[in-house]
Write a new protein. Structure first.
Lengths: 187, 187
DNA sequence: GTGGGTTCTTGTCATTTGGCAAGTGTCGCG
DNA sequence: CGCGACACTTGCCAAATGACAAGAACCCAC
């Protein structure tokens, strides 16, 4: 379990066994994991990169998330609320992970008390990620946000397009281009 | 329960009874609910307003959250991870709610299966709030963020200071002042 | 009242960012 | 090879925001 989800609180052999007994789901680069209008699944991503995006009121695409395994990939509102999602999620690389439905998840919660804490820890981690990213927008400049992004996940830079990174950062691709030039000059 | 937490998924008489059997905790304006360095509690806020804040690397205060009842008030990392919090939370008005410890919460989870879904729904709601606020920073101008803030909770404006709202929005108080002037002129 | 502290606004100027258009580079396809 | 599509960069100017300092408004204790 530590190997799979290093930052998780729970390390339990039974959970590890249970997961490893499940069938791994493999996805190839470019696959649409979640389509706008459908109800989200719960994908326990082990390896690979994904990108989540929506559209703003002008119809322009907005990247809302990057996912790097190991991490839970889902639209929480859609998955738990059984509502159509407003997000799209697409793979940036080949991916490997486990696919969970709400039924399976609830069954696991019911049959395996230790799994409940595991599920809660995952939700808490998603919450922490969202809050950290929100904070980055509040008190970091675009340049600092970019630096932080690169430093925390250099691998992402190899798989995501700059315009998507720019849109995720909340700046135009023009601005990001300038920021990258400044950074290159400084070194 | 609908009365208490209108946006919650779960509406269950047993939970309602259980909550109403608990002692209400009353706080007065200006009280520090969570102090940096301590482990967070879980405050189920029914009525009132609160503000969460930290400090950036320069020591400047940054407002990270506004809470309007009914809502769960906690630092999730600190509460579930039993770690010292980096946040401070202070009441902006007199407040009314229930105070839960992790022990009590876990006991409720164990004894009352329907409470588990209730707890999960609260976590999901916090996640949705954080993601929405992050999205607002990505694709809304400062002026639009301010408009949205006013429209979604006019009451907040009566209790929070403008400089705190500015810091929450990620702009200087100078900028917010100008934005408010523009908006006033437009009408 | 008066004084002092705090909050908010305003002015001036520098910096950052956006919008737009043009230019460069890369890639795949016929 | 040449073409077009796409991603990225760059230049130019306008708009938004920040930094700093001064002033106005408000509150509150004495």
């Amino acid at each position: 379990m530590n190997r799979l989800l290093p930052q998780m609180v729970v390390t339990d052999d039974r959970i590890m066994c249970m997961l490893e007994a499940m069938d791994e789901v493999h996805l190839t680069k470019g696959e649409l994991v979640l389509k706008q209008g459908r109800v989200s699944n719960y994908y326990l991503l082990l390896d690979g990169y994904m990108r989540g995006y929506t559209h703003d009121e002008n119809g322009a695409e907005v990247t809302t998330n990057f996912f790097a395994g190991p991490r839970a990939v889902l639209d929480a509102t859609s998955f738990f609320g059984r509502q159509p999602s407003r997000e799209n999620i697409v793979t940036l690389t080949d991916c490997r992970g486990y696919l969970l439905t709400l039924d399976v998840l609830n069954k696991l919660f019911h049959e395996m008390p230790e799994f409940r804490e595991f599920g809660r820890a995952i939700l808490v981690r998603e919450l922490v990620i969202a809050q950290e990213q929100k904070l980055a927008h509040i008190n970091l400049s675009a340049e600092d946000r970019y630096r932080q992004l690169v430093e925390r996940d250099a691998g992402l830079m190899q798989h995501a397009q700059l315009r998507h990174i720019a849109s995720f950062m909340g700046v135009t691709d023009t601005s990001l281009s300038r920021i990258r030039r400044e950074l290159a000059n400084k070194k």
